[in-house]
Design a protein around this ligand. Structure first.
Ligand SMILES: Cc1cc2nc3c(=O)[nH]c(=O)nc-3n(C[C@H](O)[C@H](O)[C@H](O)COP(=O)(O)OP(=O)(O)OC[C@H]3O[C@@H](n4cnc5c(N)ncnc54)[C@H](O)[C@@H]3O)c2cc1C
Length: 447
């Protein structure tokens, strides 16, 4: 992990001790949004991205009010609204019988939280931050894979795979799930969920049937779920099909392959089944997260985004947490800049680390629990359905902790909701519905 280059091999030519104030490793949504946040505070920022070009692979992203609030603060919300879709509702249904379980009225939700719930193509959101970084003068470098990090007396430096060395007062590692920098802090590995995601984003003319694009639709079922919403003003349909891979459970290396996709959704309702043939079958995303960690910094090096807190995606908060990280860090930097321009970096990083890990720990653990709830079978599925149907559409007690303003201090972090235990729901009168379930018995939980 130590840097083997020399000061003389530095890629920069500036005569000052630090040619930039901040080096950011990774030009995903986390890295670019943090770069913009810091550059708009007047800092000199450079991003090092390993790929040949800046870009995003994948399809849609859901952007909740805790993110659109930040986009508004950045002056980027109008551009995002122009490229995205503002759905009117989010509806959760049972994937087996298609019945509605619960809904969010997203028009009312915007009134409640002051900012909209939006869906947007991830390359569009990435492009918004890329253009904003360019306008703000961020130095954007591609073809730069970082393989080592080291603290120095007054800053930090990175070793690139091609032998170059770069340095700055602070290094932010936004290098994603397989973060190299994370190894400075913890000896852990990504945790496989045995679930895999298939995606599709296609022109609406290719869908071949009417789909209600005024809603974000989520079907939850035994060991699978299916998400659908519109993109680019309704010109595109986005779909995500997620299922537990029997091959992963059997310990096979080659898991999550397309032959498993159709089987996984065979017992779902016609509305879900109609979407499955449209999924991309040439690529898929195995779902990994990592256990939460509460230390994100080592001297002048700090983690941000998935490098610090890769979640399972069930809360749709991964990219949002990354964007919040950069916003919080930049606010603390701005608050600790003296009149001569010097910054109390230690104080800023400590304030960042005082608030973000606990929030992200909550999201990571809730995402795991939320995923389990979505994928229930048998009696537990009926209990879940009963609980969700009982929720008042306008009850925000389960979303306040996440959609409210992003906390800058631990004191501002809102309390968590109190989960209602499934066991408290009596479904003995519905026992015949378990018998009648079209899902094969060998697929009961834990089988
Ligand atoms: C199916 C699915 C659906 C999702 N839906 C949502 C959603 O609706 N809402 C939401 O908020 N989130 C969602 N997420 C999560 C979200 O996509 C991620 O949390 C987010 O993109 C993480 O951004 P990041 O910049 O931290 O990491 P990444 O996007 O992984 O970016 C890391 C960047 O660092 C670069 N890099 C890596 N290593 C190096 C190195 N050594 N040197 C230089 N560069 C390097 C990479 O090339 C990459 O560009 C979803 C995820 C999945 C899989």
């Amino acid at each position: 992990m130590s840097v083997h280059g020399t000061e003389e091999s530095n890629v920069t030519t500036s005569p000052s001790a630090y040619p930039v104030d901040v080096l950011i490793v990774g030009g995903g949504i986390g890295g670019l949004s943090a770069a913009f946040a810091l550059a708009r505070e007047g800092l000199r920022v450079r991003v090092l991205e390993q790929a040949r070009e800046f870009g995003e692979v994948g399809a849609g992203l859901q952007i909740a009010p805790n993110c659109t609030r930040i986009l508004h603060d950045y002056g980027l919300l109008d551009e995002a609204k122009h490229l995205g879709v503002l759905p009117k509702s989010m509806v959760m249904r049972d994937a087996v019988d298609g019945s509605e379980l619960t809904r969010l009225d997203l028009v009312d939700l915007e009134r409640e939280y002051g900012f909209p719930y939006m869906v947007i193509h991830r390359s569009d959101l990435h492009g918004i931050f890329l253009r904003a970084c360019r306008r703000a003068g961020v130095d954007l470098i591609t073809d730069a894979r970082v393989s080592g990090y080291e603290n120095t007396v007054s800053g930090a430096r990175v070793l690139l795979a091609d032998g170059r060395v770069d340095k700055a007062r602070i290094v932010i590692a936004a290098d994603g799930l397989h973060s190299v920098a994370r190894r400075l802090l913890v000896d852990d590995e990504p945790v496989s969920s045995s679930y895999v995601a298939y995606r599709a984003a296609l022109p609406i003319e290719q869908v071949g049937r009417d789909v209600d694009l005024s809603e974000v639709s989520v079907h939850v079922g035994p060991r699978c779920h299916f998400v659908r919403y519109g993109l680019r003003g309704g010109a595109m349909l986005n779909q995500v099909a997620v299922f537990q891979s029997p091959k992963a459970l059997a310990g096979e290396e080659d898991w999550g392959t397309p032959d498993e996709l159709d089987d996984a959704f065979a017992a779902t309702c016609p509305d879900v089944q109609a979407g499955i043939p449209l999924m991309w079958r040439d690529r898929w995303w195995r779902m990994f997260d990592r256990d939460p960690i509460m230390t994100w910094g080592d001297g002048g090096i700090a983690l941000l985004g998935d490098a610090a807190h890769p979640p399972l995606q069930y809360m749709a908060q991964g990219a949002i947490m990354a964007i919040e990280d950069g916003w919080v860090l930049a606010k603390h930097v701005a608050a600790r800049r003296a009149e001569d321009g010097s910054i109390d970096w230690q104080g800023a990083l400590a304030a960042y680390e005082a608030v973000r890990p606990e929030h992200c720990r909550r999201v990571l653990t809730t995402a795991r629990a939320w995923g389990e709830l979505w994928h229930l079978d048998g009696v537990a599925r009926l209990q879940r359905n009963t609980l969700l149907r009982a929720r008042d559409t306008y009850d925000y007690s389960f979303t306040d902790w996440i959609y409210g303003p992003t906390a800058l201090t631990p004191e501002e972090e809102p309390p968590m909701f109190s989960p209602i235990p499934l066991d408290s729901v009596d479904v003995s009168g519905l026992a015949d519905r378990v018998e009648a379930s079209p899902v094969p018995a060998e697929h009961s939980p834990g089988a």
